[in-house]
Design a protein around this ligand. Structure first.
Ligand code: NAD
Length: 699
C-alpha cells in the first residue's frame, strides 16, 4: 500500500501528499523513503513538465513524525549506516530539484519530518496546537543526521539552531516563524491556499550567515564549556551535535553529511542512547495503555480541585488549560486569591512561550471558578483533593463529598503517601475513590501515579487513567501502599542525604555527588523544594509503615523547630533569597552534633543510590507495580532519575546485582537500613537480573 499520493496540476505544480495507510501518523521507514525517491526521480524528469513541488500530509495532527524508531532500534550498525545514507541521498535530491519546493506543515513535523522540510525552499505552517516543528533527536541520545544538523544552522543561524538541536526542541508555528524556521503561518483550513503562492517565489539558497562561519569556533568552545558544566559529560549526544552543527554547515554537502553519519553511528552504539530511546517508547506506551477488561469510560468533563495551595492551583491551571471547567475550592479565602494569582502567572508564562494565545489564556482563567466557601459539586465528573497532607483533614473533606457530588463522580486525592483505602472508607462509596498523584512542579512533570486501592472499581481506575492521558500527562498504575512508588523510593535517598549531613558531611558535597551521578538536582536542594514540613509528613507515614528499615532524618525536627521550612520559608539546607541562586545555609551546622566524621566523598553517591535500588527492588517484590520497567519509568519521569541510566533497576543491572548486594551488605554492618532485600539476594544468588536482556525490544 502506498503512503505518498502524487498529483500533477495543469499549471505544472506537483503535490505529494503523505498518508501512511492504517496509521494515525506518517513516519519514514525504508519503504516510504524508497517511495519518495521514486517520486522525486519521476518529477525531476523534464518530460513530466513539473514546475514546482508542494509536500503536505493528510493526517489530522501529523505532518511527518520522523524516522521509524522501532526499526532503528533493531538495526545493526551496518543497516543503520545504509538507512542514514538513504535519507541523506533522498533529501539531497529534494534540495537539488531545479524548481521551487514548499513544505505545507500541519501537525508534528519533527526529526526526519523537519529535515525533509529543511530540504525544501520554503515552509508554511498552520497555527494549530498540533503543529510542532523541530529536531528532538538529542533527547534520544542521537543527532539529526539526514541533513538537519547542517541545514538548520544554514537556515536560521547557529545560535538559534543550537538552541533547537541541543535542547531537542520543537516549536509552535508562531515561534518557528519568529526564528525564520518557517516563512508563513496560516489557520489549518487555509494551509493550502497560504502555501500555494510560495511555489512562485523561486529557489532559495541556504547558506550559513558569514558572521556565524567566523564565530563558529568561539561558539563551539563556549557552548561546550557550558554543556560540560551543566551535564557533567553524561550526554555525549549534545557534545557530538555541537561539534557537527558548528562545523558541517560551512562544509560542502558530502563532507557535512559524512560528519553527521559518523556521529550518529558512534552515538547509537552507546548504552545512553539505548536508554533514552527505550524511555521514549515507555512514554508512548503510557500515552495509550488502558486498564484491562473495562469498557471505554465516559470522558471526564468539568472538575473540582479542593485545596488551592502549591499543588491544587497548579493542577487546576493544567486541567483548565486542557479545556475543562474547574472549581477551585479552599477553606482559606486568601489561599484562593493567591492560587488564582499564581494561575494567572502560569497562563501569562504560557503566552510568552507561545503555548497559548492571549485569548486562550483569558478563556483558561475564566474556566476556573474560585470558591472560598463550600459549593455544590454536582456539575463535576471529577474531584481532586489537594488539601494539606493530614489524614484527619483529608477524611473530613472526603466525608463531605458524598453529599456534594453526583454518585458517578470520581473522587481523587493528590496525597503524597497516605492510604487511599483509608480515605476511601471515609465515604459511602469507596469504589469511586482513587489516587491521582501529580508531581511538583505540575507544569513540568509529566508523570501522574494513578493509585488503585482494593476498594477502587476497575471502571474508576480506567476512567482516571484516560483522564490523565487526555490532559497530556503520563499515567503509571500503582497499588495502594504507603508512598506508592516514587516517594517510597525517593524517601530513603533523601533521608540518607540528611543523615550524611547529620554525621558531618558537607551539604555541597552531598548534593554535588548526586549531580555527578546525573540527578537534575541534589537531594538536599530537593528536600528544600518539597518543603521540610512535607518531607517530615511523608517520612512519618513511611517510617510507621516500614519501621524495620525506614528511618526518620534527625535534622528535620530541628529544622522545623527553627522554622527552616526550605524554599517556602526562605531557608532550609540552603538560603533562598528571592530572585537569586540559592547558597548553602552554613548556619545549619549548628543544629547537628559537634565533632562528626564526614563520609569519604566517593562513598556518598554510592550509599544514596544503593538505598534507592534496594527500595525499588522491594516495590517490585511487593508487586506495587507490574514490572521493573514501570518502576524505572516512574523514577525517571517523576524524579528525573538520571535518564541515560534508565532508572534504578536498570542501573542495578549495569552495576551487577552481586556487586549491589555485596556493597549493601558491607554498609549494613553499620546501618541495618542497608540490609539487601530478599529479591536482590535471590537474584544475586541465581546470577539473575531485573531485565532478561540488556537491550530488550521496545514496549
Ligand atoms: P499547601 O500547603 O501548599 O496547600 C494546601 C491547601 O489546602 C492550603 O491552601 C489550605 O488552606 C488548604 N486546605 C486545608 N484544609 C482544607 C480543607 N478542609 N478544604 C479545603 N482546603 C483546605 O500544600 P501542597 O504542597 O499544595 O500539598 C497539597 C497535597 O498535595 C498534599 O497532600 C501533598 O502531600 C500533596 N503533594 C505535594 C507535593 C509538593 O511537592 N508540595 C507534591 C505532590 C503531592
Amino acid at each position: 500500500m502506498q503512503t505518498i499520493q502524487r498529483q500533477l496540476k495543469e499549471d505544472g505544480s506537483c503535490i505529494l501528499t503523505f498518508d501512511r495507510p492504517d496509521s494515525p501518523v506518517n513516519i519514514f521507514d525504508v519503504g516510504t523513503l524508497d517511495e519518495l525517491e521514486a517520486h522525486l526521480e519521476a518529477i525531476a524528469q523534464p518530460g513530466l513538465g513539473v514546475k514546482s513541488l508542494l509536500i503536505i500530509s493528510s493526517k489530522p495532527a501529523v505532518f511527518i513524525a520522523g524516522a521509524d524508531l522501532r526499526a532503528i532500534q533493531q538495526m545493526s550498525q551496518d543497516a543503520l549506516g545504509r538507512f542514514i545514507d538513504l535519507g541523506q541521498r533522498i533529501f539531497a535530491k529534494l534540495a537539488a530539484l531545479r524548481f521551487t519546493t514548499v513544505a505545507a506543515i500541519h501537525g508534528a513535523c519533527v526529526g526526519g519530518g523537519c529535515e525533509l522540510a529543511l530540504a525544501c525552499d520554503w515552509r508554511v505552517a498552520t497555527v494549530d496546537h498540533s503543529t510542532k516543528i523541530g529536531l528532538p533527536e538529542t533527547k534520544l541520545g542521537i543527532l539529526p543526521a539526514w541533513g538537519g544538523s547542517t541545514r538548520m544552522p544554514r537556515l536560521i543561524g547557529l545560535a538559534a539552531a543550537l538552541d533547537i538541536i541541543l535542547g531537542g526542541k520543537t516549536l509552535a508555528a508562531k515561534a518557528a516563524l519568529k526564528r525564520g524556521l518557517v516563512d508563513a503561518v496560516a489557520p489549518s483550513e487555509h494551509l493550502l491556499a497560504a502555501a500555494l503562492p510560495w511555489l512562485k517565489k523561486g529557489k532559495r539558497k541556504h547558506e550559513l550567515p558569514i558572521g556565524d562561519a567566523v564565530s563558529a569556533p568561539f561558539i563551539r568552545g563556549k557552548v561546550r564549556a557550558d554543556l560540560m558544566k551543566k551535564t557533567r559529560g553524561h550526554y555525549p549526544a549534545l557534545l557530538e551535535a555541537l561539534e557537527v552543527a558548528t562545523r558541517a554547515p560551512a562544509l560542502k554537502d558530502p563532507v557535512a553529511m559524512a560528519l553527521e553519519k559518523a556521529a550518529v553511528l558512534k552515538l547509537s552504539a552507546l548504552p545512553s542512547s539505548r536508554s533514552l530511546i527505550r524511555l521514549f517508547f515507555q512514554q508512548e506506551r503510557a500515552k495509550k495503555f488502558t486498564f484491562p477488561g473495562t469498557p471505554p469510560p465516559a470522558p471526564v468533563g468539568a472538575a473540582a480541585v479542593i485545596g488551592a495551595g502549591v499543588m491544587g492551583s497548579a493542577i487546576a491551571q493544567w486541567i483548565s488549560s486542557r479545556g475543562r471547567r474547574v472549581i477551585l475550592r479552599d477553606i482559606d479565602a486568601s489561599r484562593v486569591a493567591a492560587g488564582m494569582a499564581s494561575i494567572t502567572q502560569l497562563f501569562d508564562a504560557g503566552v510568552r512561550r507561545h503555548l497559548f494565545t492571549p485569548k486562550e489564556a483569558r478563556d483558561g482563567i475564566d474556566r476556573i471558578s474560585p470558591a472560598p466557601a463550600e459549593v455544590p459539586l454536582h456539575a463535576v465528573d471529577l474531584v481532586i483533593e489537594a488539601a494539606v497532607e493530614k489524614m484527619e483533614i483529608k477524611k473530613k473533606v472526603f466525608a463531605r463529598l458524598d453529599d456534594l457530588t453526583r454518585p458517578d463522580a470520581i473522587l481523587a486525592t493528590n496525597t503524597s503517601a497516605l492510604s487511599i483505602s483509608e480515605l476511601a472508607r471515609a465515604t459511602r462509596h469507596p469504589e469511586r475513590v482513587v489516587g491521582l498523584h501529580f508531581f511538583n512542579p505540575v507544569q513540568q512533570m509529566q508523570l501522574v501515579e494513578v493509585i488503585k486501592a482494593p476498594e477502587t472499581s476497575p471502571a474508576v481506575a480506567e476512567r482516571a487513567i484516560r483522564f490523565v492521558q487526555s490532559i497530556g500527562k503520563l499515567p503509571v498504575l500503582v497499588k495502594d501502599s504507603p508512598g506508592f512508588v516514587v516517594n517510597r523510593i525517593l524517601l530513603p535517598y533523601m533521608v540518607e542525604a540528611a543523615e550524611l549531613f547529620w554525621a558531618g558531611s558537607k551539604i555541597a558535597e552531598i548534593d554535588e555527588s548526586m549531580l555527578d551521578f546525573g540527578m537534575p538536582m541534589g537531594p538536599l536542594r530537593l528536600t528544600d523544594e518539597v518543603g521540610i514540613d512535607v518531607a517530615e509528613d511523608v517520612s512519618a507515614t513511611l517510617t510507621s509503615a516500614f519501621p524495620e528499615w525506614m528511618r526518620a532524618p534527625r535534622i528535620l525536627p530541628k529544622m522545623l523547630e527553627a522554622k527552616l521550612l526550605g524554599k517556602k520559608s526562605g531557608a532550609g539546607f540552603y538560603q533562598h533569597p528571592k530572585g537569586k541562586e540559592p547558597s548553602v545555609n552554613n548556619a545549619l551546622r549548628k543544629l547537628r552534633p559537634k565533632g562528626g566524621q564526614p563520609f569519604p566523598r566517593e562513598e556518598l553517591a554510592l550509599r544514596m543510590v544503593l538505598l534507592m535500588i534496594n527500595e525499588a527492588a522491594r516495590c517490585l517484590e511487593e508487586k506495587i507495580v507490574e514490572t521493573a520497567a514501570d518502576i524505572d519509568f516512574a523514577m525517571v519521569m517523576g524524579t528525573g532519575f538520571a535518564p541515560f541510566r534508565g532508572g534504578p533497576l536498570r542501573h542495578a543491572d549495569a552495576l551487577g546485582i552481586e556487586k549491589v548486594v555485596d556493597d549493601l551488605a558491607r554498609f549494613a554492618q553499620t546501618g541495618l537500613h542497608f540490609k539487601p532485600c530478599a529479591l536482590l539476594v535471590n537474584l544475586a544468588r541465581n546470577k539473575g537480573k531485573f531485565y532478561e536482556d540488556s537491550n530488550p525490544s521496545p514496549g
